[in-house]
Ligand binder design. Structure first.
Ligand code: BGC
Length: 375
């Protein structure tokens, strides 16, 4: 449905709306500008056009609601800042909220944004299933929804902008196989509730399944890590080592935070640096582990490209224009129009010309703890 713009504000309705909004903010936990908090981190209280149920205010600049899962992990702070900057450069106003892993909170934060009259909702779902409710709610108010980085399942989502997430897993497996072409493999997955975690795993198994079938590889442990928590990955890796008498040959962890838990468990057994470990995100800690030799590789996803592409296409969707998606990804309900960017495998050999050359991390930070010989 094309977005209707240019509706006039009515003073009495605005006052009523402000009261309704304040009440819904109270319920939703809006902080009105807090960092890594629960509520909108920018422009939250400006131009309130209506509480939930009232007609959204569609006057003024394009207003984008960015409903994030969490700001408790390194990468999402970067996503938040880059997305906000890119959207503002296009002339949009951005309202941001982070639910920090709480599904009910994410739904209520998105409802608040819908009530405030955002023109488009951009969502990083914590839970791929639970957030389908938000898509319905937005659509019933004539607001389109863009899934940012993570897909919403079983919903009529309008656009999905992400990286090629199966490719992420394929790059991990290919890099590990170069080090260890056979043996006992451990897979430490991400959050079961995140569709990406399933895509990453699919990618890994696309590559290793033929070797499993031929008997060259045996997956001796394979578990999800609750909410992507390093502590859950640590517990999983301890269990993997325990179950195999400390004898495993390679570990693929779904991201760098979980890889951190894995390396800690390996270190407890004196095995850090002796068993190849893959991760993803090019987190600073992972980049440091790579140059120090305790992590084999990471998958670098240039967040700036994602944030800029998502902002540009959110803007187009809000104006009722065709975003020009060239891919389709099935979410269990529809073939979602998608734009998928390319991830890049990074190890010791190309860390300088990738994440350091592009300014993702400084050379000084990455090599901070590395021995002179490794620099
Ligand atoms: C993202 C990863 C991230 C993970 C945990 C995934 O959906 O694609 O980059 O590490 O969530 O936040």
């Amino acid at each position: 449905m094309a977005v209707k713009r240019g509706m006039a504000k009515h003073a009495a309705l605005a006052i009523l709306s402000a009261i309704v909004l304040s009440l819904s903010c109270l319920l939703a936990g809006c902080s009105g500008g807090g960092e890594a908090g629960n509520g909108p981190a920018s422009s939250a209280s400006q131009g309130a056009g209506g509480g939930a149920g009232a007609s959204p205010d569609r006057s003024g600049p394009i207003k984008i609601g960015f409903a994030m899962d969490t700001l408790l992990e390194e990468r999402w702070l970067r996503d938040r800042d880059l997305f906000k900057a890119a959207a503002e450069a296009l002339g949009a106003e951005v309202v941001i909220a982070a639910a920090n892993g709480d599904d009910a909170k994410q739904i209520s934060q998105a409802e608040t944004m819908i009530g405030e009259g955002v023109d488009i909702l951009v969502i990083v779902p914590h839970n791929a299933a639970a957030t389908a409710a938000i898509v319905k709610r937005a659509h019933s108010s004539g607001i389109k929804v863009l899934a940012y980085d993570r897909l919403v399942n079983n919903a009529d989502i309008d656009l999905y902008v992400s990286f090629d997430n199966e490719k992420v897993g394929e790059l991990q497996a290919e890099a590990i196989l170069k080090q260890v072409p056979r043996g006992k493999f451990v897979y430490i997955g991400g959050a079961d509730t995140d569709n990406n975690a399933h895509m990453f795993k699919q990618g890994v198994f696309n590559v290793i399944q033929p070797l499993i079938d031929s008997g060259r590889i045996r997956v001796v442990y394979d578990q999800w890590s609750k909410d992507w928590l390093p502590a859950s990955a640590l517990a999983n890796m301890r269990a993997a080592l325990e179950a195999n008498g400390g004898r495993v040959d390679a570990v693929i962890a779904a991201n760098d935070a979980t890889a951190g838990g894995v390396v800690q468990a390996l270190a407890e057994k004196g095995l850090a640096g002796r068993i190849p470990v893959a991760g993803q995100d090019a987190d600073l800690a992972a980049a440091q582990r790579i140059v120090e030799g305790t992590q084999t590789m990471t998958v670098y996803k240039p967040i700036q490209l994602l944030a800029e592409k998502a902002a540009e296409l959110a803007f187009k969707l809000a104006r009722g224009e065709d975003p020009g998606a060239d891919r389709k990804v099935n979410n269990g309900k529809i073939e979602v129009p998608s734009v998928l960017l390319s991830p890049i495998a990074v190890d010791k050999s190309n860390i300088d010309e990738t994440i350091i050359a592009e300014g993702f991390h400084s050379r000084e930070d990455v090599y901070k703890n590395a021995k002179q010989a490794d620099r």
